[in-house]
Design a protein around this ligand. Structure first.
Ligand code: NAD
Ligand code: ZN
Length: 246
């Protein structure tokens, strides 16, 4: 069977399809994924840089890594995978994108219903007094942003050891329970609780379609099938097939 066609038919026959995306969907936009030899974690040990304790202990050091990440992210543009999900939403086939990414590329591509499970890179938060600021109001390349209370500001991304924003978590869980199809795209599915969304969906009878260049921990336990390939090729293929047969 042609899995692209199978996915196209499954999407056409669904009533409430959603997607969970991870760093892999943005690789073709020039943003490296975290795991893998080229990944950021090969250079920066997450224990040392991406935990909330690391930020509390040494915010200057974490900011130096963050600058590097932000520079790449800010210059990145959506790729055909992002645009395909926007098209599926416009066609009425995709109710929500739950993304683990903080790059904002789904919104830039045109998706309206996006849950940013791990926060975003547009805002800064104060861990001391809870004030929030727009990233744009600081020259963060030159100086480390500080709150009016003098505390060093933290990017509004979820660090390891921090809770998922309550709204994002509860909405995603409810989506996962209600959906009848979930596409799991470009995520290694090792970070919890994000990885639980397809598991919840499966337990509630949804089809789980994985799109990834390699197998993951979900592949033989949770996924109905995996379409092996890069998301920038596979997703446009599915959209074209839907247009052909609908
Ligand atoms: P991950 O790095 O753990 O896994 C990436 C997955 O994408 C892998 O399974 C890999 O096989 C797959 N992949 C790589 N290139 C692909 C392609 N072209 N097409 C399809 N699949 C491809 O990423 P994760 O599971 O999202 O978890 C890492 C955490 O890091 C997430 O919480 C995320 O918030 C964060 N992160 C975000 C960004 C971003 O915002 N773009 C980038 C790196 C990491
Ligand atoms: Zn403050």
């Amino acid at each position: 069977v042609d899995l692209i066609e199978r996915a196209a038919r499954d999407i056409i026959n669904s009533r409430n399809a959603i997607a969970l995306t991870g760093a892999g969907i943005s690789v073709e936009s020039g943003i490296e994924a975290f795991r893998g030899s080229q990944g950021l974690w090969a250079k920066y040990d997450p224990e040392e840089y991406a935990t909330i304790q690391a930020f509390i202990d040494n915010p200057e050091k974490v900011w130096n890594m963050f600058r590097e990440v932000l520079e790449t992210i800010i210059n990145a543009k959506p790729n055909p995978a992002h645009y395909s999900l926007a098209e599926l939403e416009n066609m009425g086939y995709l109710k929500r994108v739950i993304t683990q990414n903080v790059d904002g590329l789904h919104q830039e591509a045109g998706n309206k219903n996006v849950i940013e499970f791990h926060g975003n890179n547009r805002e800064l938060v104060c861990l001391r007094c809870n004030s929030r600021y727009s990233m744009n109001s600081f020259n963060w390349m030159e100086v480390i942003p500080r709150c009016k209370c003098t505390s060093i500001l933290k990017p509004a991304v979820v660090f390891f050891g921090e809770p998922i924003p309550w709204d994002a978590l509860t909405t995603a869980q409810s989506d996962a329970r209600k959906c009848d199809l979930i596409m799991v795209i470009g995520t290694s599915a090792v970070v919890s609780p994000a990885r639980e969304m397809p598991v919840i969906a499966k337990q509630n009878g949804a089809k789980v379609i994985e799109i990834n260049i390699e197998e993951t921990s979900l592949t033989y336990t949770t996924s109905d099938y995996i379409i092996k390939g890069s998301s920038g090729i596979v997703l446009p293929g599915i959209v074209n097939k839907i247009k052909e047969i609908q």
